[in-house]
Design a protein around this ligand. Structure first.
Ligand code: GDP
Length: 442
């Protein structure tokens, strides 16, 4: 598959980042050099690599390594986000709602233009339940017309063709009329390709554009081409102002560099990817999914996201100070518990931490039940009691038990547990400063 070797290199590099503390210029240097080499080796455009590294470095230095995260994990997330950004951030979809929507397909010969025209026709028919029309505009290659006719038959989609004797301009004019008469929703024009860009081809495409007034001009590029696709895209874009790119043959063995560079260099969004020769081997292009695929380590990325989402630095600092001064009360414990709960089921969080041993006796249901019990007991206490549980006498315990509908033993258990964890907090030199919670198993 495309990106395989880049993926392997990036992963093994990022796994090497270990240790504690913040990310600094010195602890990142070797790793940034490795990432740089990995990208260059994958044939990513030099300028793109330079900017990628600079931006990763800028974001990483001084990045908050919050919660129980490790610098390596935070770095994985930063590299992931930079990849998503490089690939265009958001999904860019083709809008098929206008009637008719006209799509002009352009690209070099062999890039997969005709095949992709068929794939899009199939998508429109099956997924969007619309009536497409395929237009055979490549008049220089007789085989191209035949190929499209065959695809049309396979898909049961009409193909407008006039062989190779009429001009592309005339064919497109005829096709527009045909579509109006036959109620076609989407017109997909397959145009001529060459092995290299040349002026007469560009002129013909510009004429076709003038007549068809396409809503989309999709440039089909072969991801196996490498860096040269960036130049091809830039030339097509300059002449035709393309609205999107389709990356084909991502199922092949490309190093991926061209695919990674094209968005950044041309600022044209990638709209579809081709992942095989079959007519359903087409997908929308999702920058985040592609970054996940390149980087792997999706579990680390979502762990970091979750921790960063719920991490409330001010609250935690407050809790930490209280702990250090011995003023940590049951209400603080409740707050911390709520923070932890926002992360989702505990077993899920643990599973996301690479290298975390599985804990067979950790059961979400019982943990959740215990948390709820603790919550209801604390809610039955007065503010005073929560802040200083040492004032809770037997009569107070009885009142609390009545209030939350638990027995006295449950109240005692919680108070004992709280006392124990308070003791432990004092003793722990390497306390988990970030969450303020005793470490798991404590
Ligand atoms: P055109 O000259 O641009 O119209 O290119 P074609 O549509 O004829 O495609 C050229 C070759 O690439 C054909 O053999 C296609 O089957 C193949 N092809 C197109 N898209 C893909 C793809 O996404 N994956 C693979 N593996 N092959 C593809």
């Amino acid at each position: 598959m495309a990106f395989d070797s880049l993926s392997e290199r990036l992963q093994s590099t990022l796994k090497k980042v270990s240790g504690q503390g913040q990310l600094t210029e010195s602890n990142m240097e070797e790793m940034l050099t490795e990432i740089r080499l990995a990208l260059l080796e994958a044939d990513v455009n030099y300028q793109v690599v330079k900017e990628f590294i600079a931006s990763t470095k800028e974001k990483a230095i001084g990045a908050d390594v919050v919660g129980s995260l490790k610098p390596g994990q935070v770095l994985v997330k930063i590299v992931h986000d930079e990849l998503v950004h490089l690939l265009g951030d958001e999904v860019s979809e083709v809008d098929f709602s206008k009637k008719p929507t006209v799509i002009m397909m352009v690209g070099l010969q062999g890039s997969g233009k005709t095949t992709t025209s068929g794939k899009i026709a199939k998508l429109i028919k099956t997924k969007y339940a619309k009536k497409p029309l395929l237009v055979a505009g490549d008049i220089y290659r007789p085989a191209a017309v035949d190929q499209l006719v065959t695809l049309g038959k396979q898909l049961d989609v009409p193909v407008y063709e006039k062989g190779t004797s009429e001009s592309a301009e005339n064919i497109v004019k005829g096709a527009m009329n045909y579509a109006a008469l036959n109620n076609n929703d989407v017109i997909i024009i397959d145009t001529a390709g060459r092995l290299h860009i040349d002026e007469p081809l560009m002129q013909e495409l510009a004429n076709v554009k003038e007549i068809a007034k396409p809503d989309e001009i999709l440039l089909v590029v072969d991801s196996l081409t490498g860096q040269d696709i960036v130049n091809v895209a830039a030339s097509f874009n300059e002449k035709l102002s393309i609205t999107g790119a389709v990356l084909t043959k991502l199922d092949g063995d490309s190093r991926g560099g061209g695919a990674l560079s094209i968005r950044h260099i041309t600022n044209v969004p990638i709209k579809f990817i081709g992942t095989g020769e079959k007519l359903d081997a087409i997908d929308l292009f999702y920058p985040d999914r592609m970054a996940d695929r390149i980087l792997g380590m999706g579990d680390v990325v979502s762990l970091v996201e979750k921790v960063q989402d719920v991490y409330d630095e001010k609250e935690t600092m407050k809790a930490m100070k209280k702990m250090q001064s011995g003023r940590f009360g049951l209400d603080d414990m409740l707050d911390q518990m709520h923070q932890l709960k926002k992360l989702g089921p505990l077993s899920g969080i643990l599973k996301m931490i690479p290298g975390m041993p599985s804990m067979p006796n950790l059961n979400d249901e019982t943990t959740d039940k215990r948390m709820k019990e603790t919550e209801s007991i604390i809610y039955s206490m007065t503010l005073e009691e929560r802040r200083d549980p040492s004032i809770i006498t037997l009569s107070r315990k009885q009142r609390i038990a009545k209030g939350c509908g638990k027995d006295l033993a449950a109240i005692n258990r919680l108070l004992k547990q709280f006392e124990q964890s308070k003791q432990m907090m004092k003793q722990m030199s390497n306390m988990d400063m970030a969450t303020g919670l005793p470490k798991m198993g404590g």
